[in-house]
Design a protein around this ligand. Sequence first.
Ligand SMILES: Nc1ncnc2c1ncn2[C@@H]1O[C@H](COP(=O)(O)OP(=O)(O)OP(=O)(O)O)[C@@H](O)[C@H]1O
Length: 663
Amino acid sequence: MEKPDTHISLSVPEDFPTSNKPQPAQINFKDLEYSVDIKNSISNDSKKIKDIISLKKYESKKKVILDQITGSFSPGRLTAILGPSGSGKTSLLNLLSGRISSGKVEGNIWLNGRKADSGSLGLVSRFISQDDVMLSTMTVKEVIEMAINFRVSGITPEELSIRTKEAITTLELDKCQNTLIGDTITKGISGGERKRTSIAMEMATDSSILFLDEPTSGLDMYTSSLVVKLLRYISRSGQTVVSVIHQPSSDIFKMFDDIVLLSEGKIVYFGPQEELVDYFSKLGFQCPNYTNPADFVFTDVLNLNEAEIEQMKLEKFSGSKSDYRVLKINDLAEKWKNSDQYEVIKERVEGPILDSLNQFNFTSSVSAYRQFTLLCKRSIKDVFRNKLVLRARLIQAIAISLIMGIVFYKSNTKSASTLIQNFFGSLFFGIVGQFIPVAISVLSTFGSGKFVFQREYQNGYYKTRPYFLAKILIELPVQIICPIIFSAISYFMIGYRGVFAKFLIHTAAMILLSLTSFSIGIFASTFFDDLSVALAILPLLLIIPMIFSGFLVNSGDTMSWIGWLQWISPIKYAFTIAATNQLRGYTVNGIDLGDSSLKSLNLGPFSIPACFGFLIMFFVLFTVLGYFGLERFSKRSSLQNSRKSTKNTKAVLLGPPDNIFSK
Ligand SMILES: Nc1ncnc2c1ncn2[C@@H]1O[C@H](COP(=O)(O)OP(=O)(O)OP(=O)(O)O)[C@@H](O)[C@H]1O
């Protein structure tokens, strides 16, 4: 088999796209420390009397994740952050992209010499995380277009098309631009294409700084090379590109301009890639010929060999291997701070680019109304492309109504007692058939869409409210059409009363119940982060209303301490409407059948309009709760709450440089 060519030209083509050239932004940080409080369980031996009295099981301990680090990321350069697992790479990226929401940050960060906080860092940077969740029903071209649409306000269709084409060409996505993203069930683009698509989404939208967390993870060597080549390519347009990278090959390693080597939250090297081997050779670590410098760093520099352990045992106290490793890293970090290369970095940090930033540096978002219309259009496509789900819902409505129609066929022609039994039975099961499947199907569709929402929300595409409203609005027609189909088929087959107004009331009750169930499904999916927990809780929300519908248990006969549950049962109100609608004043040959049967069920004091009112109230209540659930989910799972871009944040960035830089 022919070996793929991994030797990629590093020169920037002359036709490099320039229409979306970003403003240069340099990000500098000095003596940056990031720590969190962690809870350690208190051993019985070390428990103090006050811990015992207060039954305290844990004590707080400060964990330093990034320890007094200093560095600078410059425009037009591609930087790799390397380090062993747990060394603080992702934390550094999160911190510099304004995505840290907990813990304590000390030290300074500047953007072109202006003091930056998490709000301003979030405003000028884009972040591509490891998990590139995208809407599976969209094509590559559509997701890139969508990203641009959400992020660049006032864009014309021509400009949109130029930018999309540029991103597609740059990231070599031409061949798959019309392929669906796909998911585990529907195969779509490949893993490498997916990674490149998520980079294209962010690069097409004018940002000064691009952060990437392990963009090559899970990719083969050729595709990894391609991705890094493209990052280099993007950096050459003037963007500051910083990427955490995992085990790069030597070809990939050489594509980076600068390397940051982190270990135990400390920097042990920060400088040009080509000087790294030389730097460590001066410290006594020789990189063997033909060895990948990245491998050399991990195995020889950051790791301990037996000889080093023996030496440490002689010189220091006895300890575990990890203690010795920490000693070695501390020593390397100390040496780094005393090196000439560190002085170069310090000079860069202390004499930053002072070009003033402007509005174009800020990652914009379009207006809430535009977000809403874009989301509506996207949701419509999603509903129609998810043909299987749409068909399943329609088939379900038709199947249930046909089964009901056949089983209870022409019940009005049966004997009086059969008629009453059939009417109540069919009304109850018709209602349950509207209630339970809707909530379950909404839970799965809304629940799985939540992760796409999370990614897009984190990347600042839109706010929670437009997303929620668009999602509800587009889903509503399906929730209305299905009960209409159900009613239209089953109503006349069963032989309910042939008065058009009664048919309308019956259908309206089915619609409102379906909407209530829809809102309960949304509430469950947004309130519980874990879909399996939501699935475990949902039956409770569905079965209790069913028990207290007024059909299975006589409402007047339940114990008072539990009987109140009937009043919070949407099924009870829908059943009351449907039963009263059919049976009030129902006589056969002048004999009252309806009123007496209704009376025996003890359905309660509420009229049909009042029951409609309660159903509307449940729908609104659960929808509002669902909205707050989504708000809570977005705040908790994303780090957006730390990215408050106040007017003040912008004013600082647009204003003069920090005093310490003005001569
Ligand atoms: N909020 C937090 N609370 C407690 N510990 C944390 C927190 N954030 C990070 N850490 C710890 O800080 C260390 C660095 O984490 P980080 O995710 O930055 O490492 P990393 O170098 O990116 O690792 P990997 O390569 O495995 O992804 C880890 O030991 C992690 O457990």
